[in-house]
Write a protein that binds this ligand. Structure first.
Ligand SMILES: [Fe+2]
Length: 232
């Protein structure tokens, strides 16, 4: 398997390139519109065929590169099945496995940051946690049908029950981290260590975070797979 973590500085977003080296089929998870050139060049250099663009959720902080990549490569756009969007080619449901040659990508329904969020377990040894679980943090729950209690359940009952050595690759990082493990986050993630469901809900409701700068353009665009024609 080829596995690459790519970073967009402006939105602090990680995009993941995953490919099966025998068939040369590739998939991008959470591509960013402004990085379509970078991603296309890399795919070309590595002689990979992009089959899918897969979203963990509808993003509020950046516009997805899916529509542009779909136009360039003919790849399919896949979104979680509870997402309110009609532009996707395919939906993925909880526990469904997407096969890319010998690489398996299994969806884990992890709502809370949004009500349709999915994490993806790749080849059983690493999990793309999207914005459900970040390194020493977690996604916000104060808009987009977010719910702190539901996020607490997703993290503690689904992600934290994976084997301790499972690698965590998040959807964002703001402090320079790249990878962690389930064991490390269970021990050191300050949002969860020493907190029960009630105290986590209280903590999350007191964060008072500013709204993402791009939210007003990103949400409507992403509901159309990143088509910028729908932007105001
Ligand atoms: Fe998000």
């Amino acid at each position: 398997m080829l596995f690459r973590q790519l970073f967009d500085k402006e939105s602090s977003t990680y995009t993941y390139l995953i490919a099966d080296l025998t068939t040369k089929n590739a998939l991008l998870v959470d591509p960013v519109l402004e990085q379509v050139e970078r991603d296309s060049k890399l795919l070309e250099e590595l002689e990979l065929t992009l089959r899918y663009c897969l979203e963990t959720h509808i993003h509020a902080d950046h516009i997805t590169g899916t529509e542009q990549l779909r136009q360039r490569t003919g790849c399919l756009g896949i979104v979680p099945d509870k997402t309110q969007t009609s532009c996707a080619d395919q939906q993925i449901h909880d526990t469904e496995v997407l096969q890319l040659g010998s690489v398996t990508i299994k969806a884990i329904f992890t709502p809370g940051h949004t009500d349709s969020h999915m994490a993806y377990l790749v080849n059983s040894d690493r999990v793309l946690t999207g914005d459900a679980l970040l390194i020493r943090g977690c996604g916000r729950t104060d808009f987009q049908s977010g719910n702190a209690g539901i996020l607490f359940d997703s993290v503690t009952q689904k992600l934290f029950t994976l084997p301790l050595e499972t690698l965590i690759y998040p959807g964002h990082d703001y402090r320079g981290h790249t990878v962690s493990t389930i064991g490390e986050e269970k021990r050191w993630n300050p949002r969860f260590v020493g907190r029960d469901r009630t105290s986590f809900i209280k903590f999350m409701s007191n964060l008072n975070l500013p709204k993402p700068q791009k939210m007003m353009e990103a949400l409507p665009a992403n509901e159309h797979c990143g088509s910028v024609d729908v932007m105001p």
